[in-house]
Structure formats: structure tokens, C-alpha cells
Design a protein around this ligand. Structure first.
Ligand code: NAD
Length: 512
């Protein structure tokens, strides 16, 4: 099949309108459950990526000049377009990523809500405001505003191919930037669909959101293409490579990396609710969730009940590709190998799988692991599969200590009926986000910032912090009237500095 024919297939099958540039090399994305080809995409090389970024520059200028109202209106048109075609997009996500259609609808819903919030809150968060000038500059007016960076590069993963990149794309666009997005090589059709949807919904500034496709080399080219910032979401090892490439041009980076999130179940927890949340948090999306629950620390008084409640629920889960399946296949075949390695390590080091522990092709059975030592890779490394370790601890303090003894620090959950106790544990959890008596909830609250600590990365998407992340703060002062004595002038009288020192002594000198 010729390239042109392949591209026509892509357009029909995946609604992708990825610019081919002069690129002739292509790659396929496939359905992880069946192996069927979903689409064929160009591998954009460094020249093609640079060309795309250069095309985005004038679009960034036009997009910025539209102002907050003009951008808000167009972001609304975009989310309207997505909302009217949710099933079409969800079907594509199901085919390319493997997750159930209903879960795809859920992630698209979240993305639409974030688009709405970002558009509505950009002016208030970023717009020009006056700040107090203070006594030393009382004759000046002081202004602060947050200006866009120009073209922002976004590199995304495959596990939530709509929601995750949109956490950067929506906020970068709302802040007045153009975006060039490199979706994962496992979900390029979804990325291409999102960009095609933008072109259709916002035709007057179509180049403000473009997509380039390819694997790591295309991503690395985007890092080197002169973008104002690079927002990366993916694994910690790749994050290091992205930072190294961006360091060559001092391109600032946002790092949304992996996690090994824990749930703490305290003595007074609603055990059934905790079990229900733990099963969803660990098994939904086949466990391929950066903020998924991978470890549970349950205190001795509730441990047995919790294990019983979890196993009863997990017994009812079935992976598959049909509408009734609880979750789909591993999107990336190589991830099944990682899961297998962690399961083998857990069982060979003294742990036991009370349920699951088997792989059939791309499908991993829902797995509950008990008595796994803390040194095991199943406890220390990101597994990214439908597995959970449950560990008995003496009390919530021990649970917190073990939770925090991780190089990752993305999110986590606490279950307790005591509000004070739960809030205290949540505050002391070394993570960017914690849910009390639920899991993952912070991701669905657009006003809350999203991001991690340690090997889970730095910087924030979502919320006001997420908007500011894609801007530079600009400070302006305007002299309102001249003072008789200007301290920052060679014309100042010799005694002026002594007078200032005396005033400082009176105002601040009394503090000890
Ligand atoms: P990955 O690191 O393998 O790939 C992520 C992206 O980086 C892909 O688009 C890939 O093509 C690109 N890439 C690879 N090498 C590159 C290079 N040298 N330079 C530039 N780009 C390069 O991650 P993945 O397997 O796609 O995603 C899973 C990971 O993402 C997990 O670790 C998960 O926890 C994490 N994740 C984090 C968040 C978050 O918000 N913190 C959200 C979702 C997923």
C-alpha cells in the first residue's frame, strides 16, 4: 500500500489529519486485544517537528491576541465538539488503548470538564492585576500579569490518551499558548483525532493545536525544536532523557511521572468502602493508572476483614475486550513482562497471590498479593498492572512510614472515620495529592493542582497552578509621581542613606 493510500486509511479509520510533511517512514498503531491495525502514521523527523513548531509560532501570536474572551469562546467550541462526539472518540480509545468503552467515556468527560474550567478561570488567574507597591516604592504603581510562553510542546503517554495530555493541552491553550503535541506511539490515532477535532471546531486558529507522531526520537526532536516549555507525562526513566535533551537549550520542563501510590486503611475505617475503592483504584484501566493504588497498608484490627472484602470483589472481575469486561488488555505488550517480573519477585520472596497471578496473552488476571516483603519490586517499583499488595501494619503511623519510604510520591488515599486523623495523615503523606475516603478524586476536581514529588516529577497541571505553569510572570512598575529625593540617583544627598537607616531602625529594629 502506498503512503498516500495508508494516509487515506488513517483519515477514514482514525479521523486523523496528521500533516505528512516530507516524511515517508510510517508506523502502525494496533488494537492491543486483537492486533488489528488501527491506523498508519508518519514518523516525524527533526525537520518535520521543527517545521510544525515554526508553523505554530504565528498561530501562538494570533491565539494570544484573541485575549481571554476570544480564547474562552473557542475552547468552549472545542469542548462542545468533543461532547457531541464522545462515543466516536471513546470507540477509538477502546480500539487503540484497549480500555472498556465506558471507561473511555469517563476520561473524555474529565477532559471536557478541565477544558471548561481552564477557559473560565484563565483571566482571573493570569490577567493583569495591581499589587501593593509597599513603602519603599510608595510613589509607584505595581502590576503583575502572567504571559504565555509561545509554543508549548506536550509529550504524552498511552494510558489515558485523552485525559492525561489534555491536562497540559487545555491549560497551556487557556493560558494563551499554541501547542504541539506528540502522543504516545501506542495511541497516535487518539492524538490525531484530538488535533483534527480542534481544526474542525476552531478553524480560524487551526494551527494553535497540532500533532506530530512517532516514538522517542520524535519526542526528543520536540524537546530540541525551540518550544517555550516542554510538558512531559510518562515514566521516570524517559523523563530523565527528556530533561537532558531540554537542558541543551535551557528549555523549561514540567515532569508528570510515575507512581507507586499507597492506601492507608486505619482502625476506624469503613472497611467495605475502603475495599471497594482499593479494587477500583488498583484494577480499573488494567492497573495502568499513574495514580492507581498499587499498595495497601491496613492496620491489624481491620486487616483480615479488608482482605476478605477485597478478594470477594476481585473474584467478580473479568478482563476482556467485550462490553461486560471489567478492564481490558495491557496496552503495551512489554508491560505484561514487567507485571510478570513483579509477580515472580513477590512470590519468590515470600509473598503469595491469594487471587490471580496469571497472564493470558495481553490479559493479566486480577491479582491480590499478601505478605510481600517491602524490598520486593512489587512494592518498590511501578507495576502498572491489575495487581495490589496488601500488608498488615501495627497502626496508621507504621502505614504512613511505609507509604513514605518510596522514591515516588504521586498520590495516595487514606480511609478513616476520624476527620482530624485522616486529614493529619493526608497532610503528612509524601505525595502531591491524597484522597480521604475515596481514590483518585483529586483528578476530577479541576481547581486542584495535579503533580508529584520525588521521582513522580515536579510542576503542576490543573487548577490555578496548572494555568500558571504555562506562563511567565511579568512584573511592571509605573512611577506615579517623583519624590523630592530619589535614592536610586547619583543626585541623592549624602545624608539620605543615614535618614533611611534611622527609619529602618525605628520600624524594624525593635523586632528581636
Ligand atoms: P514512556 O515514558 O515510555 O513514554 C512517554 C512518552 O515519551 C511517549 O510519547 C514516548 O514516545 C515519549 N518518549 C520516549 N522516549 C523519549 C525521548 N528520549 N525523548 C522524548 N520523548 C520520548 O511512558 P508510557 O509508557 O507512555 O506511559 C506510562 C508512564 O506514564 C507510567 O510511568 C505512568 O505512571 C506515567 N504517567 C504519569 C502521569 C502523571 O500525570 N504523573 C499520567 C499518566 C501516566
Amino acid at each position: 500500500m502506498s503512503l498516500a493510500e495508508q494516509m487515506d486509511t488513517v483519515t477514514a479509520a482514525a479521523a486523523g489529519t496528521v500533516d505528512r510533511h516530507a516524511t515517508t517512514e510510517t508506523f502502525e498503531s494496533t488494537n492491543p486485544a486483537t492486533g488489528a491495525v488501527v491506523g498508519v502514521f508518519p514518523v516525524h523527523d527533526a525537520a518535520a517537528v521543527r517545521e510544525t513548531v515554526e508553523r505554530a509560532r504565528p498561530a501562538a501570536q494570533r491565539w494570544a491576541e484573541l485575549g481571554y474572551d476570544g480564547r474562552r469562546q473557542r475552547l468552549a467550541a472545542y469542548r462542545g465538539y468533543l461532547a457531541r462526539r464522545m462515543h466516536e472518540l471513546a470507540d477509538l480509545v477502546h480500539r487503540e488503548n484497549g480500555k472498556p468503552h465506558a471507561d473511555a467515556i469517563l476520561e473524555i468527560t474529565l477532559a471536557i470538564d478541565h477544558l471548561s474550567w481552564a477557559g473560565a478561570h484563565a483571566r482571573k488567574t493570569l490577567g493583569p492585576r495591581r499589587v501593593r507597591a509597599g513603602v519603599l516604592a510608595a510613589n509607584h504603581a505595581a502590576y503583575l500579569e502572567y504571559q504565555p510562553l509561545g509554543v508549548v510542546g506536550v509529550i504524552g503517554p498511552w494510558n489515558y490518551p485523552v485525559f492525561t495530555p489534555m491536562g497540559s493541552i487545555a491549560y497551556a491553550l487557556a493560558a494563551g499558548n499554541a501547542v504541539v503535541f506528540k502522543p504516545s506511539e501506542y495511541t497516535p490515532a487518539v492524538g490525531a483525532w484530538l488535533a483534527a477535532a480542534w481544526r474542525a471546531a476552531v478553524p480560524d486558529v487551526a494551527d494553535a493545536f497540532q500533532v506530530v507522531t512517532g516514538s522517542g526520537e520524535t519526542g526528543a526532536a520536540l524537546c530540541r525544536a525551540g518550544v517555550g516549555k516542554l510538558a512531559f507525562t510518562g515514566s521516570a526513566p524517559t523523563g530523565r532523557r527528556v530533561m537532558a535533551a531540554c537542558a541543551e537549550t535551557l528549555t523549561p520542563v514540567l515532569m508528570e511521572l510515575g507512581g507507586k501510590d499507597a492506601m492507608i486503611v486505619d482502625d476506624d475505617a469503613d472497611v467495605a468502602a475502603a475495599a471497594d475503592a482499593a479494587v477500583w483504584g488498583s484494577m480499573s484501566n488494567a492497573g495502568q493508572t499513574c495514580i492507581g493504588i498499587e499498595r495497601v497498608y491496613a492496620t491489624a484490627p481491620v486487616y483480615d476483614r479488608f482482605v476478605a472484602e477485597v478478594t470477594e470483589r476481585v473474584r467478580g472481575l473479568r478482563p476482556g475486550s467485550d462490553d461486560e469486561a471489567a478492564y481490558g488488555p495491557m496496552t503495551m505488550a512489554s508491560q505484561a513482562e514487567v507485571v510478570k517480573r513483579h509477580l515472580d519477585d513477590a512470590t519468590s520472596s515470600g509473598g503469595r497471590a491469594v487471587l490471580g497471578g496469571t497472564l493470558e496473552g495481553a490479559f493479566v488476571s486480577p491479582t491480590v498479593l499478601l505478605d510481600v516483603p517491602e524490598s520486593s519490586s512489587a512494592v518498590r517499583e511501578e507495576t502498572f498492572g491489575p495487581t495490589i499488595t496488601i500488608t498488615r501494619v501495627a497502626d496508621a503511623e507504621e502505614a504512613l512510614e511505609r507509604t513514605n519510604a518510596s522514591s515516588y510520591g504521586l498520590a495516595g488515599a487514606v480511609f478513616s472515620r476520624s476527620r482530624t486523623r485522616a486529614m493529619d495523615l493526608a497532610r503528612r503523606m509524601r505525595s502531591g495529592m491524597t484522597s480521604v475516603n475515596s481514590v483518585l478524586t483529586f483528578a476530577s476536581i479541576p481547581a486542584l493542582p495535579f503533580g508529584g514529588v520525588g521521582e513522580s516529577g515536579f510542576g503542576r497541571i490543573h487548577g490555578e497552578d496548572g494555568l500558571k505553569e504555562f506562563t511567565r510572570a511579568k512584573a511592571i512598575t509605573r512611577q506615579r509621581y517623583a519624590l523630592p529625593v530619589n535614592l536610586m540617583s547619583f543626585t541623592r544627598p549624602p545624608a539620605a542613606a543615614d535618614a533611611v537607616a534611622r527609619v529602618m531602625g525605628v520600624v524594624h529594629g525593635r523586632h528581636r
